[in-house]
Design a protein around this ligand. Sequence first.
Ligand SMILES: NC(=O)c1ccc[n+]([C@@H]2O[C@H](COP(=O)([O-])OP(=O)(O)OC[C@H]3O[C@@H](n4cnc5c(N)ncnc54)[C@H](O)[C@@H]3O)[C@@H](O)[C@H]2O)c1
Length: 313
Amino acid sequence: MENLQGKTAFITGGASGLGLGIAKACAKEGMNIVIADLRQDAIDEALVIFKENNWPAIGVCLNVADREAYVAAADAAEAAFGKIHVLVNNAGLGVPEGKIWEDSWDVIDLAIDVNYKGVLNGMKIILPRIIAHGEGGHVVSTASKAALVPVPGFTLYNSLKMAVVTVMETLATDLRGTNIGSSVFCPGPFVTNLGASTGTVMKSMGVEVKRPEPPKAPEKKDDAPPPPKMDIDFSKIMRSPDEAGARVVRGIKRNDIYIFSHTDFKAGWVARAEAIAKGFPDEPLNPDFNKVFSILAYNPTFERQTQVPAWEE
Ligand SMILES: NC(=O)c1ccc[n+]([C@@H]2O[C@H](COP(=O)([O-])OP(=O)(O)OC[C@H]3O[C@@H](n4cnc5c(N)ncnc54)[C@H](O)[C@@H]3O)[C@@H](O)[C@H]2O)c1
């Protein structure tokens, strides 16, 4: 979608962090913004920014796991702006660390409800409305770098984010030949409120997380040398949500399948892909296989992805 002017974006988790960064970047393109978020106080705070800039925006209080409320939120968006063109499935919980066999059923169910079903709910409720108006559109879902290089001890977060990657890849395939694009955003580290908002959201849903006792810090000896100073610009590592928003808008305009922020994760992904390739037995290929199962063995959708140029601030 090259021209976003006058179009409407529906952004879940849009009241804070990356969602807010995406909302601001879309507003700068002249879009109408619908901020759909579970935390009303955060929506109110975010809307101030839009008012100050004369950016058209509304807020809707929504739990993406609640399908009835989701339909009402979509209706409210259409009542305000007519049509929805861009859906950003961004709301998510930073599911706390835990070995999967130690996670409570409550945490497992909530993680699936918000981080996975929340995305599917957007597809079922908003996407048919985008298809129906015929003006074109785009769907972006926020996954994570944790989908590409799994973080130890985060089974739920890693696997549900990888599920989101696969949902968006399949959507890109299923939307081929239409005027609707599909992208997955896999951010590296950004400075957001994920830890705090996850705690608030989980508490509001009655889910308690029992964290293991943190390991005790080693006793400090008076004569111990001070830790070496690191000459690192942390703002280049933990980046700003505004940059995330601008990268997502670029991805929508380029119709990228993959929107990444930190190329630092590429080597980890390549190692994973190479390891998977090595898992295939060293056996000859069956020349008839593709005659029978070509679409299972090779998906031409990936050919759509062109090399993304370096980011220019
Ligand atoms: N911050 C990072 O470094 C990072 C890295 C990779 C992926 N992510 C992903 O980015 C997305 C946005 O997170 P963020 O880091 O901007 O955090 P954030 O806390 O700043 O924003 C997340 C927003 O989602 C909302 N939310 C949570 N559950 C919701 C629900 N059920 N329904 C509606 N809204 C809900 C919260 O209220 C919050 O405003 C998440 O999906 C997260 O997993 C973040």
